[in-house]
Design a protein around this ligand. Structure first.
Ligand SMILES: Cc1ncc(COP(=O)(O)O)c(C=O)c1O
Length: 927
């Protein structure tokens, strides 16, 4: 018998969906054993018992199928039972049921019957509708039959009905079952579930481990009459993409505003079920709609004469050519048929959308929880510049994480903002930075306040998640920053974080979710009371940590590279906005900035792909993101538990990436062999920083191979595995909505084969090679490698002496004249500095990796930065030419800058006294 105990099964899996499919697989094995005389009826029955509690939350195959299987088992036909189980498992694992109404109607109908109907089968998309109602079994069956009768052969969607009788069961179903696309809630259902599994063994049934996310959701004293609206509200928070309908007897004028807001439509008991059925299908059709993609498809089918500057349009220049036909064949005709710049005839203009593009952006806004959303076709590199330029004027101060993407630094130059560079905590061992501690942000803000510059502070700009997967506690940061500067604008660079919206855990740390949450919270009377109490409790001179509800404004922007984590062609990016002052203060400037950076020849294929990507996440984002998280966690576990891999590779854990002082939960990893996956919700709720489970940093230092070589020579050249980022001694793997279990298995196999190769390499070392190798290992350990912290702006470019902030733009343009600059080689720079020389960078210097500027124009160069540049040994360093060296300002140029400004150049600069002051680094206790 090869089945495993229920407890082991529970511990092995990260979510209930996996537990469920594993339990069905186990049933298949047990049924085979029974059929072939090896197993026992008791074993099979025990698994079926677990399944009967699990299948309560799925319509297909559902509890009725399990009941029928139990009947078959009792009937004693073990062979028939075995075949039936095999059939159900095949339907489940192949996903056939998702497009086949005949299968849904009867999971136990044999394959022959299904084949007989093959000819007539319409292609449909399947989903499940959750009914929350206190029905008995007979009523449940009647409801299902009535709804089945409403079906029409021409329907593009088909759904099955899942009935649960309590609010708690509804929450569990929403948590577990990603097929649910709509929920119909009846007035007055009770809360507690009757599922014995949830209370068995003192609440330790097989499902118990997976319901943690809803454990905190106890409705308290709200009473049965309010359970429906309560469920609507929670569902909106939990699975916002699920359509919500409410069935009640309460007259419309008796319904609360929040109930009307939380449900898409209210039905009355007396109303016809057909109406409900049509509304469910209509709601699904609305999500399915892709206005721009559809318009583009229709446009490309029309016969068209092209007298425009676009020979490639309709493939004319390609398919008629004798020389470039292979290009056409590779991409296919549709790519060229859709190649147009038309803004009429059913299409639309990105620069001034009024038709399908406008609608597509509105749908994206709904899906991503913003007040408004803009599409862009030149990546987040562009959307970052748009947002910065839209919101920041010359001389405004922006608090900005220094190791953010270079587009932000260029945004500072373009807008003339004074950046106050924030320091992320260092992860010296891995030659990486973490993220910016909240305490450091507050210290900088308070320094600006005490320097009389708070009125100039306009924006806080942070990257979430960071490239390496460190994720801020967005709510905590926004609350505490708004407590000091209640009208600050937040720009969260979510280039890597678009997918987070579709996981209930990850969503809590997204800009749009938190903006919406805080906007609501600060308007409540409860918040006012809490705020008054907080202010009364402050000691003299102590700064508040809660924002003043009379002053606070929620102004939040997020930029997302849709193409990095969701379905979108390269360069697809979105700007999501939740800004209470957008129309009053920023809309006009935003439009100007958008015009500045947007092409008049936007690529329609990219725009259409974003439209389709939005449809996808509304239907299957919850499922796919959950799977990406699961696979990320699984990869970590696989590497950590394989002794052959362990010898060469270490997974960089949460405790490696987030120092203990920022992990209030004390949680060091999301998985423990003895406890299973037990901690992600707690860590994500409590900690200053969490780690994106889909980003897996692998330490390669023990192999003696640096990250870059490991990526290019081992993963790419030898095994065609593509990865994105490396550090000196690590590589970063990402799982995403396209990752499969097969690709994970392939990666594991590749790592094992690299491990073998390394074994052989080491076995063949001569004494001398061994010594060299030990030296390399020591170097790659990384503890001594300096990190290039931001130093300070040279006094010529400081905003105000003693107060953080520098005039990046002046330094940038000062370097435009070659005679104001000179070059200095790295080793010469060291000796110049040793003899008291002061070197000031005239350029951005951006090594890849790490991909952020280690020097910006106007920055004072120090020894650590030079040491870092010498040590990193990467080939691609933008702004640095090894044959010439670093580009620095001449002394005369710096002197001239002082004179120019003193003679009435830029006002802000001339009024500042020249005095060196460096940005204070975050105070961090040593481990
Ligand atoms: C944090 C961050 N922001 C912005 C960008 C730029 O995004 P895109 O490639 O979409 O232009 C990147 C690119 O890697 C990034 O890492």
């Amino acid at each position: 018998m090869s089945t495993v105990s229920a407890e082991t099964r529970t511990r092995q899996h990260y979510n209930a969906a996996r537990l469920r499919s594993h339990t069905w697989d186990q049933l298949k094995l047990a049924a085979m054993d029974l059929d072939e005389g090896r197993g026992t009826v008791e074993e099979v029955r025990a698994i079926l018992k677990d399944l009967s509690n699990i299948e309560l939350y799925w319509a297909f195959p559902g509890k009725e199928t399990v009941r029928r299987l139990l009947d078959m088992l009792r009937g004693g036909d073990h062979h028939g039972f075995h075949l039936a189980v095999n059939h159900v498992v095949r339907l489940l694992s192949s996903g056939a049921f998702r497009s086949d109404p005949a299968v849904i109607a009867d999971a136990l109908a044999g394959p022959n019957e299904l084949l007989a109907e093959e000819e007539e089968k319409p292609k449909t998309n399947y989903f499940e509708v959750l009914f929350v109602d206190e029905l008995d079994d007979v009523e449940e069956e009647a409801l299902k039959l009535k709804l089945q009768k409403c079906r029409d052969r021409s329907d593009t969607f088909v759904y099955d009905t899942l009935v649960v009788r309590t609010v708690q069961d509804a929450l569990i179903a929403l948590l577990f079952n990603h097929n649910i696309q709509a929920v119909v809630v009846r007035f007055g259902v009770p809360y507690p579930s009757a599922n014995p599994d949830l209370s068995r063994n003192g609440g330790k049934g097989v499902l118990r481990e997976f319901t943690r996310a809803i454990d905190a959701l106890q409705p308290g004293e709200i009473g049965r009459a309010n359970m429906g609206p309560y469920l609507g509200r929670i569902c909106r928070w939990f699975r916002p993409e699920v359509d919500r309908y409410y069935v009640t007897d309460t007259p419309v004028d008796g319904l609360q505003d929040s109930t009307l807001k939380n449900f898409k439509r209210i039905f009355y008991r007396t109303e016809d079920l057909t109406e409900l059925h049509l509304t469910i299908l209509r709601g699904t059709q609305e999500k399915f709609e892709t206005p721009f993609f559809t318009a583009l498809k229709e446009y490309s089918r029309r016969p068209m004469g092209v007298f425009h500057a676009m020979p490639i349009s309709r493939g004319n220049s390609v398919f008629k050519s004798r020389w470039i036909q292979d290009f056409g064949e590779f991409y296919g005709r549709n790519l060229f048929l859709a190649e147009t710049s038309a803004t009429t005839g059913g299409l639309d203009s990105l620069l001034q959308p009024t038709g399908p593009l406008k609608r597509a952006q509105e749908l994206a806004s709904r899906a991503f929880g913003s007040q408004r959303t803009y599409f862009a076709t030149n990546g987040t590199s562009t959307t970052n510049k748009i947002v910065v330029q839209a919101l920041v004027e010359p001389g405004d101060i922006v608090l900005i994480d220094r190791d953010c993407h270079k587009s932000h630094h260029y945004g500072m130059v373009l807008s003339g903002a004074y950046p106050v560079y924030l320091h992320s905590y260092p992860l010296t061992r891995y030659s990486m930075y973490g993220a910016v501690p909240l305490q450091h942000i507050r210290e900088q803000l308070l320094a600006l306040k005490h320097g009389g510059r708070l009125d100039k502070v306009k924006m806080l700009l942070l990257t979430n998640s960071t490239f390496d997967g460190v994720v801020y506690n967005v709510e905590r940061v926004m609350e505490q920053v708004l407590a000091i500067k209640p009208d600050i604008v937040f720009l969260w660079d979510e280039a890597w974080w678009a997918f987070a919206r579709f996981s209930y855990v990850l969503r809590q740390r997204t800009a749009m979710h938190v903006a919406q949450k805080l906007a609501r919270k600060y308007r409540t009377p409860e918040y006012r009371t809490a705020y008054a109490k907080h202010i009364a409790s402050l000691k003299k001179g102590e700064e508040p940590r809660m924002p003043d509800p009379d002053k606070v404004r929620i102004r939040v922007y997020a930029t997302q590279s849709t193409h990095k984590t969701l379905t979108s062609l390269r360069q697809g990016s979105m700007i999501h906005i939740w800004d209470e002052d957008f129309v009053r203060k920023s809309e006009a400037a935003f439009n100007e900035a958008y015009m500045t950076h947007t092409s008049t020849s936007a690529n329609y294929q990219i725009l259409a792909s974003m439209d389709v990507g939005r449809r996808q996440v509304e239907f299957e984002g919850y499922e796919l993101v959950e799977k990406a998280i699961e696979l990320g966690l699984l990869l970590r576990r696989t590497i950590r538990e394989n002794p052959r891999l362990q010898k060469w590779f270490d997974i960089i854990t949460i405790s490696d990436l987030v120092p203990a002082e920022y992990r209030q939960s004390g949680i060091e990893g999301y998985y423990r062999r003895d406890k299973g996956w037990n901690a992600i919700e707690k860590a994500w709720a409590e900690d200053d920083f969490a780690v994106d489970p889909t980003k897996i940093n692998l330490y390669t230092g023990k192999t003696g191979i640096d990250g870059d070589t490991f990526k290019n020579k081992f993963l790419m050249d030898k095994h065609q595995i593509q990865i994105n980022k490396t550090s000196r001694n690590s590589v970063l793997f990402m799982t995403n909505i396209g990752t499969t279990r097969g690709s994970l298995a392939y990666l594991t196999k590749v790592l094992l084969s690299i491990a073998n190769e390394l074994e052989q390499r080491n076995a063949g070392f001569e004494q001398k090679e061994k010594e060299v190798h030990i030296g390399v290992l020591r170097e790659l350990k990384g503890d001594d490698t300096p990190l290039p912290d931001f130093t300070s702006f040279h006094r010529s470019f400081q905003g105000q002496p003693g107060v953080p902030g520098g005039d990046l733009r002046s330094a940038y343009f000062l370097a435009y004249k070659e005679e104001r600059c000179r070059h200095v080689k790295l080793h010469e720079a060291l000796s110049e500095m040793k003899s008291g020389g002061e070197l000031v960078s005239a350029s951005f210097v951006i090594p890849y990796p790490p991909g952020f500027p280690v020097l910006v124009p106007g920055q004072v160069i120090n020894k650590e930065i030079i040491d870092f540049l010498i040590a990193i040994d990467v080939k691609e360093i933008h702004g640095y030419r090894p044959e010439l060296g670093l580009r620095v300002f001449t002394d005369a140029a710096l002197g001239r800058q002082k004179t120019t400004t003193a003679m009435g150049g830029r006002k802000q600069v001339s009024s500042f006294k020249a005095q060196a002051s460096s940005t204070k680094k975050p105070t961090r206790k040593k481990k």
